[in-house]
Write a protein that binds this ligand. Structure first.
Ligand SMILES: [Zn+2]
Ligand SMILES: [Zn+2]
Ligand SMILES: [Zn+2]
Length: 506
């Protein structure tokens, strides 16, 4: 049995006695396993007691009753549902799987989205923050960090050059060369302004497209809809990057290519022009001196997403190769899903709101991150920036981590409902759409009851994750063999076990 360090560290007497209690008989273990599977082996499940009665709305007949009295420990466990992998790897895996699905269906169709979306003008763009001071970083072609002029120092006596070639895990990466020179105030306020800067960018892109087409924005908006999904990612230096899929749809039918002649090259040019022009005012910081405008950084990466034209036929009669399109959509979906479960810092020390700056003493963060958090907290003392207290752990960024425009594809709640419906069908095949569930629930606590349960849950999650990987590998292998069978692995409906099987939360 392979057990990671965090799991094995729990193997003390409390764990052993807890595990022994659960494994006393096959029946007790089976009932516990059922409970664990249902909440997806969540690391911090919510414990509930209550009951639910399912009534056929047509006949008034009670078709099913459920009570936690019949459960192991008389409890129902509901998954915590966090997106952060550092808090609950199991729920984050479910979130990532939904995020993947949500992104992919907008790239290549599925879940009710027509696969013709893959033929629309569409790009994958990365928007970066400007510099707030020199930081250590890795450079391309193994170049040194910051060659600069030898001996040159800042006003605080710190060297302005660094000749190291930092490796990937180097703790210095993202740290400023001089903490006193680094503009923490502006960095935090830029993070806070980033959602507004993005909103304005979508307006500017439409404006630039209209200009290329010699139309007014109103005329363009009558024909074209700009759809997107984006994810925020924290760089090591503590500022947000945005990765976005941007797609152009027909205004009246998002499954159709816009009728007026817009193409990917025009979209790419519009994004470049918009990014260089757009700005949003930074709010006042510690003083009443205006801080100017928030803009994007110099680095902008816009990649064309290879389209898979389903009807495209070559001159020799062969069909277009669609594999590159589906590969790139898969890679992009995985990329976005991965970032959607990340915390502000890699270790997850800042994965929760702070109640005071003293909370920072319990977080193992670098001096640089600490100063960013402190700056956000202290800026929050000003009435117009009060929200920065709630966003101090995310360094001033208060936007959603993953957002999409309404028509890009399906929603998280749609995918969640679909998964729950699938669970209901699996566990209670007689349940139909005409059933009404009447339930009463009471919260009794959070987390597993004993250290032994917690240990078994961590093991359950790891086993589940491993079988998920194996299933995916088998799928990829079978696919490469051109097998004819299909597997529902991409929608992961069989994997993300929803909390409370067949129960509606009332
Ligand atoms: Zn969880
Ligand atoms: Zn360096
Ligand atoms: Zn300095």
């Amino acid at each position: 049995m392979v057990v990671n360090r965090s799991v094995s560290a729990l193997l003390d007497d409390r764990v052993l006695s807890g595990v022994a209690a659960r494994t006393r008989t096959t029946a007790t273990l089976e009932r516990f396993n059922e409970q664990g599977e249902r909440c997806g082996w969540c690391a911090h499940p919510i414990r509930l007691i209550g009951s639910v009665t399912s009534v056929d709305s047509a006949t008034g007949e009670v078709v099913r009753t459920y009570s936690t009295n019949d459960e192991s420990d008389g409890l129902l466990l509901k998954a915590c549902g966090t997106r952060r992998a550092t808090r609950c790897p199991s729920c984050a895996a479910t979130y990532a799987s939904d995020a993947r699905m949500l992104v992919r269906s907008g790239l290549s169709g599925g879940k009710g989205v027509p696969d013709t979306v893959s033929t629309h003008p569409m790009v994958f763009a990365t928007f970066t923050a400007p510099s707030f001071g020199a930081v250590h970083g890795t450079r391309s072609k193994n170049a040194p960090c910051r060659p600069g002029v030898k001996g040159q120092r800042c006003a605080h006596g710190k060297s302005l050059s660094c000749w190291h070639r930092h490796h990937d895990g180097d703790a210095l990466l993202g740290q400023p060369l001089c903490g006193e020179c680094y503009d923490y105030e502006r960095a935090v306020l830029w993070n806070a302004t980033c959602p507004e800067l993005w909103r304005r960018t979508t307006i500017y892109v439409r404006r630039e497209l209209a200009r290329q087409l010699d139309l007014s924005v109103t005329q363009l908006d009558r024909e074209v809809r700009l759809s997107f999904v984006k994810v925020a990612e924290f760089q090591r230096r503590g500022v947000v990057h945005l990765h976005a899929v941007i797609r152009l749809d027909n205004r009246d039918d998002e499954g159709m290519v816009p009728a007026i002649g817009v193409d990917t090259a025009m979209l790419t040019a519009a994004i470049h022009a918009a990014t260089s022009k757009v700005s949003a005012p930074l709010p006042l910081g510690f003083s009443d001196e205006p801080l100017g405008l928030a803009r994007w950084g110099q680095q902008l990466d816009v990649r064309v997403i290879a389209s898979s034209e389903p009807d495209e036929t070559h001159a020799d009669g062969s069909r277009a190769d669609t594999s590159s399109g589906s590969n790139s959509s898969r890679a992009i979906a995985n990329y976005i899903a991965k970032y959607s479960t990340k915390s502000t810092d890699d270790a997850g020390a800042l994965d929760h709101r702070l109640t005071s700056l003293d909370d920072l003493d319990d977080c193992r963060v670098t001096g640089h991150l600490r100063r960013l958090v402190e700056t956000a907290w202290n800026l929050g003392a000003r009435s117009h920036l009060a929200r920065l207290r709630a966003w101090a752990h995310s360094l001033g960024f208060g936007g959603h981590w993953l957002t999409k425009s309404r028509r890009y594809s399906v929603t998280f709640s749609f995918l969640r409902r679909q998964r729950q419906a699938w669970q209901v069908r699996r566990t209670n095949p007689t349940t139909t759409g005409t059933t009404i569930n009447l339930g009463l629930w009471k919260w009794v606590g959070t987390g597993w009851l004993t250290a032994g349960d917690e240990w078994l849950a961590a093991l359950g999650h790891r086993t589940r994750a491993r079988s998920r990987i194996e299933a995916r590998e088998t799928f990829d292998h079978e696919k490469s063999q051109n097998a004819v069978w299909t597997w529902a692995g991409d929608d992961d409906s069989s994997l993300g076990v929803s909390p409370g099987v067949g129960v509606r939360w009332s």
